[in-house]
Design a protein around this ligand. Structure first.
Ligand code: ARG
Length: 604
């Protein structure tokens, strides 16, 4: 589909970054504070958005208290020290020394005009002059197993973070650490070697989904045998050894499962409207050659010690219910390497070869102890130096409507594809209801249904803080009212329709015009886009971008109710200036949604 703004405008455009009014003001106030009180050193004016004026600065009071001066006096000194001709129209000292600050309408419109003239989707947001390299580990399903809602969260949150970080100029390396190694493959391969007819039976299953569901069934059957039959268990363990040693026949079978599973994963990611590139899929098996060395270094440096035959790392603050320390096991008693050895090897690779200075892991909060121990071990071994950040972007559990972990009625894990298909069906029904009025073709209905359905699922995930659990409630997700993606998508489509209806009238900024309160509120919020993105990127918190966009759509709605855009009674400049606000709102919404991985159809 030809959608020029998706994924997002980047690169070849003008790229003139615009300083927000908030940061200009912050700087001017800080300078004025220093001028008024040379002894005070650098002082933070503590600038906040305010309901009473545009901004409120609370730092003056604190400073006066510290210096035992008169807050009101200090406040008026600061006011006098502000540069003339700046964005400040009015400063009012309120209470014991708060400053209520109102900006000129001109400053607001001029700043927005500068944003609008920066490339289509950049909107004056700066790109890091000296970017770092972040390796982000996300979207990591397991071979031969169905994808479930937990894999959805990692994929959705990770994809949004990749987009946001890249937009701020960071070098991003993606790693899909898929589960493609270990005991379970010994089990599965051994089972199929002993039940060859099962292999023949599945030869017909050549499309990804059928191949995957038969693999998943065989995986479960092998698991049952593994848990109940000691001899089969022993044979499976030998099979893992054969796999790790590179026995050709075993390896060939394993490769087949990996290939089939990948075809399936890619089809699900495609449904999710996500680009996953094969070279970025470096699963657990990719670190096999490093495992021995990783363990050897840990043992030689004394970071890991032998305990009951296993190679372990201990931590003073990690203890079990019995009060004994619980170690991180890097090598098992039987000589096998586990999940931890792989993650430690991956850290070495990412820091040394990929030159990461930030490592981000988008992984279920239930693995937090694992990552805490892995990071600490890597620090002790010197693999994670002072300058390298390691962060688990931990996410909570997806719950059913009943508030319990999401399961089918039979108690089975819900297949991710089934959920996505259902979301698309519901969304298509919602789109269809309005389709005649908007004049959508059948093809557009189907396409919009996909964008609305997938957007609904992503947005529900991204709009709550990641660590919190959330309820998977499709009715709520596709609701037109409230904090949903479809609400934002409709807001966008409505603005686009106004811009189409405007005919010859163009969006043009007129800084000389006086602004209505709803225009000021919308304008000041539009001006915050870059700062919100910087905060989201620094703290890995995409929900703050979702909250920003929702507020943007709400402020737009108020503006639209209070300020007629295409009214015959308006002078031409007012129409143009309001269209300008509409256009900038649409572009900000579009770009913000694209950074969350959500499309905004032109007509809905
Ligand atoms: N495959 C794992 C799972 O499904 C997630 C992998 C997380 N990444 C990592 N480097 N350990 O739980």
């Amino acid at each position: 589909m030809a959608d020029p703004l998706y994924p997002y405008g980047n690169g070849s455009q003008l790229m003139a970054s615009v300083t927000s009014l908030a940061s200009t003001l912050q700087q001017q106030l800080a300078d004025a504070l220093t001028a008024a009180l040379p002894d005070a050193g650098t002082a933070d004016p503590l600038l906040r958005r305010s309901d009473r004026a545009d901004f409120q600065a609370n730092g003056v009071l604190a400073l006066a208290k510290k210096l035992k001066g008169n807050p009101r006096e200090l406040a008026s000194q600061v006011t006098a020290a502000l540069p003339a001709g700046g964005p400040v129209k009015d400063i009012e000292v309120s209470g014991p020394g708060f400053l209520n600050i109102t900006l000129t309408d001109r400053a607001i419109t001029e700043t927005l005009a500068a944003r609008a003239s920066d490339g289509e989707g950049r909107l004056g947001v700066p790109s890091a002059a000296d970017p770092g390299t972040t390796v982000i580990d996300y979207a990591q399903p397991n071979v031969a197993k169905e994808m479930h809602v937990g894999h959805l969260r990692s994929a959705v949150i990770g994809d949004a973070m990749v987009r946001i970080l890249e937009f701020t100029g960071e070098n991003v390396v993606r790693r899909h650490h898929i589960g493609d190694w270990g005991t379970q493959f010994g089990m599965l391969i051994q089972y199929l070697t002993e039940h060859p007819h099962e292999l023949d039976r599945r030869d017909g299953a050549d499309d990804g989904e059928a191949a995957m569901s038969s693999l998943n069934r065989l995986y479960k059957a092998s698991r049952v045998l593994f848990d109940s039959d000691e001899e089969f268990k022993a044979r499976s363990r030998d099979r893992v050894v054969a796999l790790q040693a590179g026995d050709p026949q075993t390896l060939a079978m394993w490769q087949r499962f990996v290939d089939e599973s990948k075809i399936y994963f890619y089809s699900v990611f495609d449904k999710l409207d996500m680009d996953i590139h094969d070279p970025d899929v470096v699963g657990e098996s990719g670190y096999n050659d490093m495992l021995e060395e990783t363990c050897r270094i840990l043992e030689e440096t004394g970071v890991a010690v032998r305990s009951e035959g296993a190679l372990c790392v201990f931590f003073d603050d990690v203890k079990g219910p019995d009060g004994n320390k619980v170690p991180l096991i890097v090598k098992k008693t039987n000589g096998g390497y586990g999940y931890a050895a792989t993650d430690l090897s991956a850290i070495r690779d990412r820091v040394r070869n990929l030159k990461a200075d930030s490592l981000v892991y988008v992984v279920d909060a239930r693995q937090s102890l694992h990552f805490k121990m892995v990071f600490e071990t890597a620090r002790r071994a010197g693999w994670l130096g002072e300058g390298v950040k390691a962060h688990q972007l931990a996410f909570g559990t997806v719950l059913g409507k009943d508030g319990k972990p999401f399961k089918t009625r039979e108690g089975e894990t819900v297949r991710l594809v089934d959920l996505l298909d259902e979301a698309i069906d519901r969304a298509t029904a919602v789109v269809r209801e309005k389709a005649a009025k908007v004049g959508l073709t059948e093809e557009e209905i189907v396409e919009n249904g996909r964008y609305v359905g997938i957007g609904a699922v992503k947005y529900a995930d991204l709009s709550t803080s990641a660590v919190r659990d959330y309820k998977f409630d499709l009715d709520q997700m596709v609701s037109l009212n409230g904090d949903t993606s479809v609400y934002l998508q409709y807001a966008y489509a409505r603005i686009r329709s106004i811009l189409r209806k405007a005919g010859d009238a163009r969006p043009v900024a007129h800084p000389e015009l006086e602004l209505a309160p709803a225009e000021r509120a919308l304008g000041l919020h539009l001006d915050q886009f870059g700062e919100v993105l910087a905060e989201v990127a620094a703290g890995y918190e995409p929900h703050k971008l979702a909250a920003y966009l929702y507020q943007l759509a709400s402020l737009y709605t108020t503006f639209y109710d209070q300020c007629h855009v295409l009214s015959e009674d308006n002078p031409a400049e007012v129409v143009e200036n309001r269209l300008f606000l509409c256009d900038l709102t649409a572009r900000t919404l579009h770009q913000g949604m694209a950074l969350l991985g959500i499309r905004t159809p032109e007509r809905l």
